[in-house]
Design a protein around this ligand. Structure first.
Ligand code: PGA
Length: 310
């Protein structure tokens, strides 16, 4: 059977997405290039691997059996590549990091600093929400993730490295700011701009409201922190976000922190990896760097708070 690794990768992508178009996007190929690779593979295997019924793509029985083998071959290959990287030492190889979109606000700085110290290390960064991060971890794709509270159902080595204060934000002229005392109930009466289901920030906020037996009256959903900040600035409503996402806007007065009771809700950022995950020296160096930077940042924040006169 004369098949190439490239054909196997293309086949695996089509089999996972059950779509030639998505596989083409995934692999940065054109759709005809994907079809061509699959045709050649089917010729080499001498069996049809997919069937198209209506507009949907299905794996044939042969396709299913072949896919199980291909997944094992590709996993083995990845393992071989990782072991080779591991032999190359701290200043070489690749670190695959997936981060929650909220982490992006400070991760960029961390990564830039790490890359200056280790010029030959390639960082492969995926920015996504909490739910997708967990799927990636389950598929053993990233070396590590930076995320909020890790779930219990996946066996992870997770270490907290920095505080993540959630704050309520509004436009500077929002009527709520005139209240003498702002309670969680008052927030729940406003139009609340929330992240999408699957966001860790959203989970945390919903948990706080649920624990207090409060149901927000009106919600609007957005999939990005940037979009949320813009509509809040435009006066659409109130949002609860990580303070890390709004430091700039707060400092120039485009947004204000609503002095509501219960806030800030302090969460933690975690660096997490699968239990028994074998980190390359470069990945291990990245992990130690994040932990050290987190500790330094926390110490600086504590020092700044201690200096504010009572
Ligand atoms: P997210 O943040 O809201 O961007 O998913 C992750 C988290 O807080 O767990």
């Amino acid at each position: 059977m004369h098949v190439t690794i490239r054909q196997l990768k293309v086949f695996d992508s089509v089999a996972r997405h059950l779509s030639y178009t998505k596989a083409a996007d995934d692999l940065h190929l054109t759709q005809p290039a994907v079809s061509m690779q699959i045709k050649q593979l089917e010729r080499a295997v001498d069996l049809p691997l997919f069937e198209v019924l209506g507009k949907r793509v299905y794996l044939t029985q042969a396709g299913e059996t072949f896919h199980a083998h291909v997944q094992r071959i590709l996993a083995q290959l990845k393992h071989a590549a990782e072991e080779m990287d591991a032999l190359k030492g701290v200043d070489a190889g690749r670190v695959r990091v997936a981060i929650a979109s909220t982490v992006n606000y400070f991760a960029a700085r961390l990564i830039a600093k790490f890359c200056q110290l280790h010029q030959n290390v390639t960082i492969n960064l995926e920015v996504t929400n909490r739910e997708t991060l967990l799927q990636r971890l389950e598929a053993n794709e990233p070396d590590m993730v930076l995320m909020g509270q890790p779930p219990e159902e996946l066996e992870l080595d997770a270490i907290p490295f920095m505080s993540n204060p959630l704050v309520a934000i509004s436009a500077p002229d929002h009527p709520l700011l005139r209240y003498e005392r702002i309670t969680l109930e008052n927030l729940a009466e406003q139009r609340l701009i929330m992240r999408e289901p699957g966001s860790g920030t959203r989970n945390a906020i919903e948990r706080v409201f649920r624990e207090q037996g409060i149901e927000p009256v009106s919600r609007t959903e957005m999939t990005s922190n940037e979009a949320i900040k813009q509509v809040v600035e435009a006066g659409l409503g109130i949002a609860i976000v990580s303070r890390h996402t709004v430091e700039l806007e707060l400092s120039v007065g485009r947004l204000v922190e609503v002095p509501a009771e219960t806030f800030p809700i302090v969460r933690k950022w975690y660096i997490a990896q699968r239990v028994n995950k074998r980190l390359s020296p470069a990945a291990q160096a990245f992990k130690e760097f994040v932990l050290a930077e987190g500790r330094a940042q926390e110490a600086a924040a504590e020092h700044a708070t201690a200096e504010i006169p009572a």
